[in-house]
Design a binder for this molecule. Structure first.
Ligand code: AMP
Length: 183
């Protein structure tokens, strides 16, 4: 399974990635989770990204692409993986294409989980994560609209894109996703 879970913060990408990962035995590659782990470990990377994340801004494309390229070459990614929260910019999508060619990976299916903005704000505000204050949430949604949403165009143009309704139960959303990515 080579899957990109696409969508704004708070639409349930992480929840779904975890569920699919457990069922299909392919790892969840979550750049947000990797960065939060770096912050917890107080590594160089963690120190570098802490303030950026707490402001709701994006970490630089170079840093993210290096992180992803290294992660997906680990043995557990041999039979596929689920990208959660990546790619988030045009440059990241282009970088991913280069990695796909270099590593000779099959094409990804990009599944967008779509949820109305009001619901997203409610969900994020009740989650209680450090970067979930109203100010940061608003900023992250704006960053999503400005920088990430346009990335859809690429996956639409290559016929790799499907959008599903994320305003349903976790199980319904899960079933919709796995019906799309049956292989
Ligand atoms: P997430 O858990 O995916 O919402 O990510 C939390 C935060 O980590 C984001 O608001 C960004 O600051 C940073 N981040 C995660 N993934 C990326 C990415 N692909 N590109 C840039 N920044 C990212």
């Amino acid at each position: 399974m080579y899957l990109i879970l696409f969508g704004a913060p708070g639409v349930g990408k992480g929840t779904q990635a975890e569920k699919i990962s457990a069922e299909y035995k392919v790892p969840q590659v979550s750049t947000g989770e990797m960065l939060r782990e770096a912050i917890r470990e107080e590594s160089e990377l963690g120190k570098q990204v802490k303030d950026i994340i707490s402001r709701g801004e994006l970490v630089s494309d170079d840093v993210i692409l290096e992180l992803v390229e290294n992660r997906i070459q680990k043995p557990d990614c041999e039979n596929g993986f689920i990208l959660d929260g990546f790619p988030r910019t045009q440059t990241q999508a282009e970088g991913l294409e280069k990695i796909v060619k270099k590593l000779n990976l099959p094409p990804f299916t990009c599944v967008e989980i779509s949820v109305p903005n009001e619901t997203i704000i409610e969900r994020l505000m009740s989650r209680g994560r450090a970067d979930d204050s109203l100010e940061t949430v608003t900023k992250r949604l704006k960053v999503y609209q400005d920088q990430t949403e346009p990335v859809k165009g690429y996956y639409i143009s290559t016929n790799q894109f499907v959008s599903i309704d994320g305003n349903k139960t976790i199980d319904d959303v899960y079933n919709n996703i796995v019906n799309i990515v049956k292989y």
